[in-house]
Design a protein around this ligand. Structure first.
Ligand SMILES: [Zn+2]
Ligand SMILES: [Zn+2]
Length: 245
């Protein structure tokens, strides 16, 4: 029997679980308090099947936003838990800088509901960090989320099938073409990637989906290695003012 089950009430008394955003005590581990829960903007259907932004109406047939009607992304959809805002950014930052590693479990718990959208035998691939960042930080937040997702599903994780060979500068303010040129040079496939991915579906895990440049670059590589579908799973999705909501 796990120690927590034996000594649960004593442990709970000594270290009561707290809301990962505001710190008030809550009834169980890895939960938000009611107030923070109500303030987070959880994303739900209808959304664009290609890029994941919320839509006002469900469209008959393929549900695409105006942008994706013209130019579809290279991945096959985004499953984000929440809209990126000050509150959800706090969670992403706390996970990224290591003060609340249990947050990976919380995020993976929320992503679990999207596993039903994945093909059987899908492989979890976290967006990689460059080794210099990995050495400095000690862990990759996407690997932590992917590991928790794999722990509670039948999917397995292949954490280094994509390698980040170059550090990318901040992409803010760059045109789509500039971003693509930079990110395409930043990633490469492990030499045996085709063996691992041919004919498989992939769940690409990231903490935050910003412009989609990174996810698209990874999806292009995964498909080059034979993956037949790439779904992006992330904690928060940035929805810019120019995007149709
Ligand atoms: Zn709270
Ligand atoms: Zn779209």
């Amino acid at each position: 029997m796990p120690l927590r089950a034996l000594f649960g009430p004593i442990v709970d008394f000594a270290l009561p679980p707290r809301c990962p955003i505001c710190g008030v005590t809550v009834v169980g581990d890895n939960r938000f308090c009611l107030s923070c829960w109500q303030q987070l903007d959880f994303l739900a259907k209808p959304w664009c099947t290609a890029c994941g932004i919320p839509l006002v109406f469900e469209h008959p047939g393929e549900n695409l936003c105006v942008k994706c009607l013209v130019d579809k992304p290279d991945h096959d959809g985004v499953r984000a838990v929440v809209r990126y805002d000050d509150l959800s950014a706090l969670i992403a930052m706390r996970l990224k800088y290591g003060t609340r590693l249990g947050l990976a479990k919380l995020i993976a718990g929320h992503l679990q509901k999207y596993v039903a959208d994945c093909h059987e035998g899908s492989i979890i691939v976290p967006v990689p960090l460059h080794r210099s960042r990995l050495w400095r930080r000690g862990f990759n937040q996407s690997v932590l989320i992917g590991r928790e997702l794999a722990r509670n599903s039948v999917m397995i994780m292949d954490y280094d099938v994509i390698i980040r060979s170059k550090v990318t500068p901040p992409l803010r303010g760059m045109s789509g073409t500039q971003r693509r040129r930079i990110v395409d040079k930043a990633f490469e496939l492990r030499p045996d990637a085709r063996l691992a991915l041919a004919g498989k579906s992939v769940v690409l895990v990231d903490d935050v989906y910003t412009s989609g440049s990174t996810s698209n670059a990874c999806a292009r590589l995964l498909k080059k290695a034979g993956a037949n579908q790439v779904l992006v799973f992330c904690w928060a999705r940035v929805i810019s003012k120019s995007e149709h909501v």
